[in-house]
Write a protein that binds this ligand. Structure first.
Ligand SMILES: NC(=O)c1ccc[n+]([C@@H]2O[C@H](COP(=O)([O-])OP(=O)(O)OC[C@H]3O[C@@H](n4cnc5c(N)ncnc54)[C@H](OP(=O)(O)O)[C@@H]3O)[C@@H](O)[C@H]2O)c1
Length: 279
């Protein structure tokens, strides 16, 4: 029996077990994917004993994505550049780690908008947390020309901009007008509205007319940010697909088969979030 899990604190709301459970059943693999609560003070010990625990690996979610980089034996280039990991796998008793959030983000957009290309595009990202770093890294890898990065705390955006010299410009959330007028893609990568009641307010009337808008958050499935963008006539891409696509590489690393994200899986998870989801 091959075993993997997702670790975080808190962890009870994670939908990763539903996603991996769906694929395990689909492939007929005798595997298990569990949810394990790991407190920050337990993280080092947990990751240091994955092989002894009989685990092929794990996903890592909040608040461990950044500190976990220090507790694995091999960090790939993506993990090093983004300073954040979400997927750990065991090979020959050693732990290897990567970040698949950027890939999940990009694949979600291409899944929903197959004719979209990142090549030569300017993206405006709101929020400069661990997730934004992963998005920037992957968008630039896929040929994006420039990323404008706006954050409530500008110093955090400036710190990230230094990691990608000449390709990322840090901005303040309070001065978005110029950035909105030249962005081909607008991304909400803040956690605003998730842990608190604050909403991210954007003057959508300033946004370039054909800009695509997406949100990494997916509860509700169409966030207020996306609802407002759609009301202004923009094509929007909901964030749930990112969660599904970021899970693909991990499943393949642990269970040996590459799964496919399709409408049946999307509907399964979407109905868990909103039982009224009609497809
Ligand atoms: N769809 C997916 O598969 C997926 C994958 C990964 C993450 N996510 C989601 O992505 C979001 C960001 O994750 P993260 O790991 O990057 O989080 P993080 O490191 O905690 O960063 C949070 C960001 O949100 C900003 N923010 C929070 N509240 C705000 C407010 N009221 N107004 C303006 N900005 C605010 C923070 O600004 P300051 O720097 O000023 O505090 C920071 O830039 C989370 O909600 C997470 O659940 C989704």
């Amino acid at each position: 029996m091959i075993r993997a899990c997702v670790i975080g604190f808190p962890i009870k709301h994670s939908r990763s077990p539903m996603i991996h459970g769906h694929w395990l059943k689909q492939f007929g693999i005798a595997g298990e994917y569990a949810r394990v609560e790991v407190r920050p003070e337990e993280l080092r010990e947990f990751l240091g004993t994955l092989p002894e625990r009989g685990l092929a690996g794990c996903n890592i979610t909040l608040p461990h994505k950044e500190p976990a980089c220090n507790y694995v034996q091999h960090l790939d280039d993506r993990g090093r550049r983004t300073g954040s990991i979400n997927t750990v796998y065991v090979r020959d008793g050693q732990t290897f780690a990567t970040s698949t959030d950027g890939e999940g983000f990009v694949e979600n957009i291409l899944w929903r908008l197959p004719s979209f290309s990142f090549s030569g595009k300017t993206a405006l990202i709101l929020g400069a947390g661990g997730t934004s770093r992963a998005l920037i890294d992957e968008m630039l890898r896929r040929g994006a020309d420039h990323v404008l990065l706006a954050n409530r705390t500008p110093e955090k955006a400036e710190k990230i901009a230094k990691v990608f010299p000449g390709q990322v410009t840090a901005l303040s959330l309070a001065h978005l007008d110029d950035a909105l007028s030249c962005a081909d893609l607008l991304v909400n990568a803040t956690s605003a509205g998730i842990a608190d009641a604050a909403k991210i307010v954007v003057p959508f009337a300033r946004l370039k007319q054909d800009a695509v808008v997406t949100d990494v958050n997916y509860v509700p499935l169409v966030t207020p940010f996306l609802q407002e963008a759609a009301a202004h006539g923009h094509v929007v891409v909901p964030g749930l697909g990112m969660l599904l696509h970021q899970a693909v590489p991990g499943f393949e690393l642990w269970f040996g088969k590459r799964p496919v994200v399709n409408d049946a899986l999307y509907t399964l998870i979407a109905r868990d979030i909103d039982p009224g989801y009609a497809g």
